[in-house]
Write a new protein. Structure first.
Length: 543
């Protein structure tokens, strides 16, 4: 029996849900769908993975005037990945209704493609704030007929700096409309939006005993900072996961880890905010198609990624915010499957880990670092099964019979020959450096405070800016955004390493972090606008 029928959903939508084998509403769906169908404004507070997309999508479709040639429903999301994901989910519900038209608009996709979608007079538009405003200012989109507005992942939009954009879009909305707002948390800015732009909203809050899923096995490993990469390799080799997602806190570390993993023979690639859309799509498609085993990502770039079958999430860096930990590990154990979440931490992160445990209401188990013998046993077992699988395959050939007969005549004991052959097969056997571990001890609070002060000094030092002067400026048509993109694409210097940039007639002055100076050594081999540029360090910025 389809229990969605109790929620007063029409037959067309019930049939679509049955085709998707979705028969039982989740708690957020059960509570919010009737309220939205009745015409109420609704605030839905629930974590990712609770089924909130269908909570607002089902009423959106049911209330739609399919004969309309105007935009009747607008769904705003923080990232292109989430926009694509939600668009695909809604398409599943309307696949049999050819009269319903949908447009998905976000930055990074060509305007021509999005203009084509909008020219078909869609009743539903899904998109990100930046591109929505862009098309509003170009006069390509109008929301004067919107009857149903959805703000999904509202707290994430706030964190990503979309406050002004949201205000601008909401100001253009018709006063008499229905609004649904979904958010994992309700910070002060969300409350101000509710007060200003929603009409007597009903709150639907779904709380779980723990914020992290029960079918995720959470473990943590402590080591010294310099041993983090070596520990990462041990964890990958020991666990032998087929699909891994690794999270870091910075774009620079994504690139650094990708290079490191590829050099060590792993099929790995990464995504972050500085990557062009076609590059992101290429990496994501490779990961979806299992051509990559490991995807390294920042939190912002990973928003909206929903790939089934990710066996393990690894926090290479402890996240800066508690919610990020929940979002990260929620990439595994999808669709009722189990998963593993591993966190690599230093002893200085102990306080942050305790804070995360308090937030999720779950203890993260501290686990023993796999030693070399443990890993050796795992890899030998893998090699054994590889040989066995090939031995049992139907493609057995006699190409090497002559060599085998000759080798058999050398000795009556086959062991030396077999050992030689297997060692040749296992010629890429690794060596594992020692993992340096510093245990956290409550008795060492004074020492920890000293270390903390030292770390702060080190951080200040690593964040220290120097000033460089380029020998070109407006004469070479240089712009700050162009320079930042050039330095990233050509020299792998990230946006976060830049401060103020001043472009003058024939000079450019750039604040750049001291730690990034080493990348500038290869500048002499690069060209910008078909001309070589040089730089020198100076003491201060011009006034």
């Amino acid at each position: 029996m389809n229990n969605f029928s109790n929620l007063k959903i029409n037959n067309d939508l019930l049939k679509s849900l049955e085709k998707l084998n979705i028969l039982e509403p989740t708690p957020i769906q059960e509570k919010s769908i009737p309220l939205l169908l009745e015409g109420n404004d609704v605030i839905g507070q629930a974590q990712t993975g609770t089924g909130k997309t269908f909570s607002y999508a089902i009423p959106l479709i049911q209330k739609l005037d399919i004969e309309s040639n105007f935009i009747e429903s607008l769904v705003i999301l923080p990232t292109r990945e989430l926009s694509i994901q939600v668009s695909n989910e809604i398409k599943k519900l309307i696949i049999d209704n050819k009269k319903i038209r949908l447009a998905t608009i976000y930055g990074g996709q060509s305007y021509e493609l999005q203009f084509k979608q909008l020219n078909k007079m869609p009743q539903i538009v899904i998109g990100t704030p930046g591109r929505i405003i862009d098309l509003m200012e170009k006069g390509k989109i109008s929301f004067k007929n919107v009857k149903y507005l959805v703000l999904d992942e509202a707290d994430e939009m706030l964190k990503m700096g979309f406050q002004d954009d949201l205000e601008k879009i909401l100001y253009e909305m018709p006063k008499f409309r229905q609004t649904a707002l979904f958010s994992a948390t309700i910070p002060p800015f969300i409350k101000s939006i509710v007060k200003k732009y929603m009409n007597d909203p009903k709150l639907v809050s779904i709380e779980s005993k723990t914020l992290s899923a029960a079918n995720i096995d959470e473990k943590i490993y402590y080591c010294m900072r310099d041993s983090k990469k070596d520990l990462l390799i041990r964890l990958i080799d020991y666990n032998q996961f087929n699909s891994i997602m690794i999270f870091t806190n910075t774009k620079a570390m994504v690139d650094e880890l990708v290079v490191f993993l590829q050099k060590n023979g792993y099929k790995a690639d990464g995504i972050h905010g500085d990557l062009k859309q076609n590059s992101r799509d290429r990496v994501m498609n490779s990961f979806r198609d299992s051509n990559l085993d490991i995807l390294v990502a920042t939190d912002v770039a990973a928003r909206g990624i929903d790939i089934e079958g990710i066996e393990c999430v690894i926090n290479y860096d402890v996240p800066n915010e508690n919610e990020l930990y929940v979002h990260r590990i929620g990439r595994t154990a999808r669709a009722g499957l189990s998963g593993v979440a591993l966190t690599i931490a230093t002893s200085k992160s102990k306080g942050k880990i305790e804070e995360i445990e308090k937030y999720t209401k779950r203890k993260i188990k501290e686990d023993k670092i796999p030693d070399i013998n443990d890993i050796d046993l795992v890899l030998k077992k893998k090699l054994y099964h590889k040989i066995l699988d090939n031995l049992n395959s139907l493609n057995y050939k006699h190409d090497y019979d002559e060599i085998i007969y000759k080798l058999a005549k050398i000795s009556t004991d086959p062991m030396p020959i077999l050992n030689t052959l297997i060692s040749m097969l296992d010629e890429n056997k690794k060596t594992y450096p020692e993992i340096l571990v510093k245990k956290y001890n409550n008795k060492d609070n004074k020492k920890t405070n000293k270390d903390s002060k030292k770390t702060k000094k080190d951080n200040i030092k690593s964040n220290e800016f120097v000033i460089i002067e380029l020998n070109k400026g407006k004469d070479l048509k240089l712009k700050p955004s162009m320079l930042v993109n050039f330095f990233h694409d050509e020299l792998k210097i990230h946006r976060e390493h830049f401060g103020k940039i001043i472009v003058e007639d024939n000079k450019t002055y750039i604040e750049i972090k001291k730690e990034a100076l080493r990348f500038l050594t290869s500048l002499k081999n690069k060209k910008i606008n078909n001309q070589k540029i040089s730089y020198k360090e100076i003491k201060k910025m011009p006034k």
